[in-house]
Design a protein around this ligand. Structure first.
Ligand code: FAD
Ligand code: SF4
Length: 350
């Protein structure tokens, strides 16, 4: 019998890796630091997902149930990995609760950390209660209570969504594009228009990156069907006149200063590297790339490999990723880990 494969992180990528391995008859130990499996879509209460339109609690919740009911998958919640030694096919894993396990290979599916908008204070988050984040609006929508201003519970009549908050911003050391937030914001804008039809929604952008087929489904559909308005602008600050929030900046198409009142302002927050990555790098002896994501050893030959043989990586741990790509990467890492542990078993049998 082969040693189990260790999977660290039970978000979309970890759930898909665990299911793929179990479906091939491989035992798995899934270590998750939170109480709940499901990663960001479940832990942060996302609403309808891009691009399927399915509720996160159904789509990702279904993946969680599939893993939780599989007898080949042992789930360890509220623990992290404190020690990892040995060689491919024969690793020794020490968990934070003191348990020691054997594993043939490991897959890091440890995801990302949401950008904390307090690091962009000039855009009003933390100062004005009606400046919120996309995750907060997702939670309002998924709770079924509709979209309401935190300050007074009123439905907003004018909402501004500010893109690239905590992404593409060299001043605060975040040079990457978070890849999905343009599309997620267009989706949220349409959902706000559906929930509160008299509400006008404006999206402030530097560039629109609704990549691939999302251009048609989200960028154009949000404008043509839902009357969402787009303003190309450089934002200076978000203030208040005591009654409404004021978004101040420059309209970069006509090169004029603009100052527009809103009832609610939404930060489209980006995807930071997981705050645990320095620790994960030390424990698993894997290299990080320059922004702090887990580095892939190869772009083409084995897309799941890290700098340490026998330790693989998948999903947003490697940089901003969508859910469907994270799931695909989880399956790919499962195949790489399975090849390794089955090879080690055959060698031992010879
Ligand atoms: C506001 C917002 C909305 C989004 N909406 C969509 C959408 O509609 N469609 C889409 O395709 N993508 C969307 N995304 C992107 C989506 O969140 C990611 O693609 C997805 O969560 C990546 O899955 P993952 O499993 O790689 O990582 P995560 O979802 O981050 O899961 C990682 C898991 O690992 C656990 N973990 C972390 N560190 C450790 C550790 N040290 N030890 C043990 N466990 C650990 C975490 O608790 C978590 O459960 C959105 C992103 C944002 C910011
Ligand atoms: S996807 Fe759009 S909002 Fe997100 S960082 Fe890239 S350009 Fe900005």
């Amino acid at each position: 019998m082969t040693c189990p494969v260790l999977i660290v992180g039970g978000g979309p990528s970890g759930l898909s890796a665990a299911h793929a391995l179990a479906a091939a008859g491989q035992r798995v130990v899934l270590v998750e630091k939170a109480e709940q499996l499901g990663g960001a879509p479940i832990q942060s209460g996302y609403a309808k997902l891009v691009p399927s339109g399915e509720w996160a609690k159904d789509a990702i919740g279904g993946m969680v149930r599939r893993v939780e009911t599989d007898s080949r998958i042992e789930i360890r919640r509220r623990v992290t990995v404190k020690g990892f030694s040995g060689s491919p096919g024969d690793f020794r894993v020490t968990l934070s609760d003191g348990t020691v396990l054997e594993a043939g290979a490991a897959i890091l599916c440890t995801g990302f950390t949401h950008f904390d908008s307090v690091n962009k204070p000039e855009w009003g988050f933390g100062t004005y209660p009606d400046v919120v984040t996309t995750t907060q609006v997702e939670q309002m929508l998924s709770s079924g209570r509709g979209v309401r201003r935190p300050s007074d519970g009123r439905e907003p009549e004018r909402v501004a969504i500010l893109l690239c908050v905590g992404s593409r911003d060299r001043q605060i050391g975040r040079e990457w594009c978070s890849k999905i937030c343009c599309t997620v914001s267009a989706n949220i804008a349409m959902e706000i228009r559906e929930a509160v039809p008299r509400c006008n929604v404006y999206i402030y952008y530097m560039d629109i990156r609704t990549f691939g087929l999302y251009e048609d489904l989200y960028y154009w559909e949000s404008q043509e069907k839902h009357r969402v308005k787009y303003i190309k602008a450089r934002i200076a600050e978000v203030t208040s006149d005591g009654r409404r929030l004021i978004v101040k900046g420059e309209d970069t198409l006509v090169k004029r200063p603009i100052s527009i009142p809103f009832d609610m302002v939404v930060h489209a927050i980006g995807m930071d590297p997981n705050v645990d990555n320095m620790t994960l790098s030390a424990v698993f002896d894997v290299k990080l790339q320059k922004h702090g994501h887990i580095q892939k050893a190869s772009v083409y030959s084995n897309t799941s490999a890290t700098s340490r043989p026998g330790v693989f990586v998948a999903g947003a741990a490697t940089g901003p990723e969508t859910i469907d790509d994270s799931i695909a990467q989880g399956q790919s890492a499962a195949m790489a880990a399975l090849t390794l542990v089955r090879g080690a078993m055959m060698e031992a049998a010879e």
